[in-house]
Design a protein around this ligand. Structure first.
Ligand code: SF4
Length: 449
């Protein structure tokens, strides 16, 4: 990269990446828990994809029963620390809290959940669950992200021999690699991995299924397989100049921010992020926090159509990110290094088959934004070539594995799947739900219940 943003003093990086929502103290947690009305129909619980018994865990915090509170949470969700820190609570549990209808501040469910779970880890993960005796059956789990961890924990407690196969050196999937550090640090994700391992789950890292180990060998070795593989690379922009130095994928960039010393992560002085989803906002705000002077988000539709959540949009604006809506990249300019991006103004035309109005180019509306780094954040593709190599698996038009939505069984009866590889990329909490319920699908299949 030619122009690199000036280095910040190390304490400034710490400040820039500090917790967005600092933890509760004991007094503030109890005070917040005491605000809860313990609604009999708990709309918050219905809005949580894993249906955590929210009013019960909050009640236990108010009475000082913090381990009981953690147990209530774990009964529904095996990655609750990640969910407490990274879930879009405004549109899930907290968005459904009855206080919203009264025009008052919703109960801070995410922060209360974090309080109970951090206390559980601080106490050294005391045993909360009874483990069933070994039943002599084994299950192989592909991927150690939230779906794989949830499935593994549930199966291990049911008495199965469980082995996780993880391609990466460090486990945890997107929880470890893909969540902005001001939302969650890598160490938090690794604590959730350690808890699952404490149930006797064997974790093998740096194992590439299809390369290091064949799928057929896994099918012979285990009584069932669960696929909890995430998504793959960002698709190409397919415009000229994409090969220039300074063009990077959003996930690669975010991974570097999560794994390297912040002062060693390369960031330009002027950065353009292409796309306006939640990952784009993460990449843009991280670039700004690393010291980029100007960061632009370029999106071909308007703010109404963008997929980023409202609170992410607000965060980006607060960080000084400049949005270019109704703007499409036409070509990347530069000679070896990125020097600018030529864009085209768009207008919204007729709705497409999904009802979203299609962006239509405005002729001769080209303009150039001088930038020295471009981050591509236009979504991620499914790992369809890997998935289609697995015997008898069926994929939909988007490359997602087709499963029975109750048992999570695929067209190959020995193989189950959940998380991003069946939904094309949703929240961590959806993957946690899939993994847990797939475990029960596997148990039903193997015990012929
Ligand atoms: Fe408590 Fe709000 Fe849930 Fe009611 S909706 S139980 S007040 S968190």
């Amino acid at each position: 990269m030619k122009n690199i943003a000036s280095k910040l003093p190390s304490e400034q990086y710490e400040k820039n990446f500090s917790d967005l929502h600092p933890p509760f103290t004991q007094n503030s947690a109890v005070a917040e828990a005491n605000r809860c009305l313990y609604c009999y129909d708990s709309p918050c619980m219905k809005a949580c994809p894993t249906h955590i018994d929210i009013s019960t865990f909050i009640k236990k915090i108010s009475t000082g029963n913090l381990l009981g509170s953690a147990k209530t949470i774990y009964e529904s969700n095996w990655v609750p620390l990640t969910c407490a820190k990274a879930c879009p609570v405004d549109v899930l549990c907290e968005g459904a809290c009855v206080y919203n209808a009264k025009g008052e501040k919703a109960i801070e469910i995410g922060r209360l959940q974090r309080y109970a779970i951090e206390n559980y880890f601080d106490k050294g993960m005391p045993a909360l669950f009874h483990k069933a005796p070994k039943n002599g059956k084994s299950v192989g789990i592909v991927g150690s992200g939230p779906a794989g961890l949830a499935c593994s924990a549930e199966l291990a407690l049911l008495g199965y021999e469980v082995t996780i196969y993880e391609a990466n050196k460090i486990p945890g999937g997107l929880n470890t690699w893909g969540i902005a550090p001001y939302k969650m640090r890598r160490e938090d994700s690794l604590k959730e991995v350690e808890l699952v391992k404490s149930f006797g789950v064997d974790l093998k890292t740096e194992v590439m299924i299809g390369k290091t180990v064949k799928v057929d060998d896994l099918l012979k070795k285990h009584d069932a397989i669960f696929l909890g593989v995430g998504l793959g690379e960002s698709p190409q922009l397919s415009i000229s100049g994409e090969e220039l130095s300074g063009v990077v994928g959003a996930l690669d960039f975010i991974e570097k921010v999560k794994t390297e010393n912040w002062e060693n992560v390369h960031v330009g002085k002027k950065v353009a992020v292409i796309g306006a989803g939640n990952t784009s906002i993460d990449a843009a705000t991280e670039a700004k926090r690393l010291g980029a002077e100007q960061v632009f988000i370029i999106y071909r539709r308007s703010d109404v159509e963008m997929s980023a959540y409202e609170f992410e949009y607000e965060l980006a604006k607060k960080d000084g990110i400049v949005f270019h809506f109704l703007t499409s990249p036409k070509r990347i300019i530069g000679n070896s290094f990125v020097e600018g991006i030529e864009c085209l103004k768009m207008k919204l035309g007729e709705p497409d088959i999904h009802g979203r109005r299609k962006p239509v180019p405005i002729l001769r509306s080209e303009f150039t934004i001088p930038v020295d780094m471009i981050i591509k954040a236009i979504g991620q593709e499914t790992k369809s070539s890997f998935l289609s190599s697995i015997p008898k698996l069926t994929l939909d038009d988007e490359g997602c594995v087709i499963v029975d939505r109750t048992t999570f069984q695929t067209a190959n009866p020995k193989i189950f799947a959940g998380g991003d590889c069946i939904n094309g990329g949703k929240e961590v909490v959806n993957a946690a739900y899939d993994g847990k319920h797939a475990a029960h699908g596997i148990d039903k299949f193997l015990s012929k219940k």
